[in-house]
Ligand binder design. Sequence first.
Ligand SMILES: Cc1cc2nc3c(=O)[nH]c(=O)nc-3n(C[C@H](O)[C@H](O)[C@H](O)COP(=O)(O)O)c2cc1C
Length: 371
Amino acid sequence: MSPLFEPFRIGTLESSNRIVIAPMCQYSAVDGSANDWHLIHLGHLALSGAGLLTVEATAVEAVGRITAGDLGLYSDANEAALARVLGAVRSQSPIKVAIQLAHAGRKASSHTPWEGGAQVPIADARGWQAVAPSALPHRAGEAAPAALDAAGLLRIRTAFADTARRAARLGFDGIELHAAHGYLLHEFLSPLANQRDDAYGGSAEKRMRFPLEVFDAIRAAVPADKPVWARLSATDWVAGAWDIDDAVAFSQALKARGCAAIHVSSGGVSPQQAIQPVAGYQVPFAARIRAEVGLPTIAVGLITEPQHAHEIITGGQADAVALARAMLYDPRWPWHAAAALGAQVHAPHQYWRSQPREFKDLFVNASFGAR
Ligand SMILES: Cc1cc2nc3c(=O)[nH]c(=O)nc-3n(C[C@H](O)[C@H](O)[C@H](O)COP(=O)(O)O)c2cc1C
């Protein structure tokens, strides 16, 4: 059988296979609270046969949302709404479920992608003042974020810890810290966004300080057996900025603090980024982090073909692959991958009769009869 369909562990989290559904913002919450859209969206992905489903970037405070529609977990109402969605998923699927905790930093107060994604002015009823390591806008011409002072840093650290506590209470199987894509924690890491001259800026070590403090705060807030890991950008794709050497050092520092895995993405902090997005373009970064850091590593980015996913695992480049767009396009991707690779996948018994004749052994434990 293809190792893509062998179990995969992140600490105590045992995923039935090595296919991870990447976090995907839906921009469809109200005041941070999940609703029927999230129930349907996560519900259908929970039937996909993937081993691990990651809930979208979930803001730890209202100003840390990218858009006014971002999911949040900073209030009792947010927690109750997510409990309903997670409860529905749990009642119908054995898929493991993680949540990505996030703060948008200077990319907060944006329109949704389908509205164009531009910054929403602070004066607009749907806009607010974004915060960041330094008062530098993401894009020239945009309103600058407010540079965080000591009280702001403490507030955000505390918000991450409080949200992690809520996530653990909800029973998520794991917590992914979003330190990628030009959002707050990546902004601290990158010299392009962090030009502080205090203990949180300057050298790479100082730029890593706040993200590591946030990781420590989360790790301390949840039970020791709850795996916490990080998603990071392995490079800014801008010469002289954050790069893979920095990402290896950051991953090693995370490992020393009890990080359970590294999810390796890239880019997002600068409009100057020069990316050639070809199939698997971020996989070499995952391979290097896996080899040099020795934590379970998830590769992501334009992995769309089952054979390619299989080769990433057999080649030792990553322990698991995450898919985003391909899962939206084909929510049964893991079924089709299992069929193509001669493997087995979990499917709901209500759907067992869909097993094609040529793949008689595709669904785990499937059997059916009628009279
Ligand atoms: C609709 C959509 C929403 C996304 N939201 C998030 C998010 O919440 N957090 C995150 O880290 N990445 C997010 N991403 C990036 C994906 O997780 C993934 O890294 C990226 O799309 C590359 O993988 P792919 O080629 O399989 O789509 C999003 C991508 C899409 C398409």
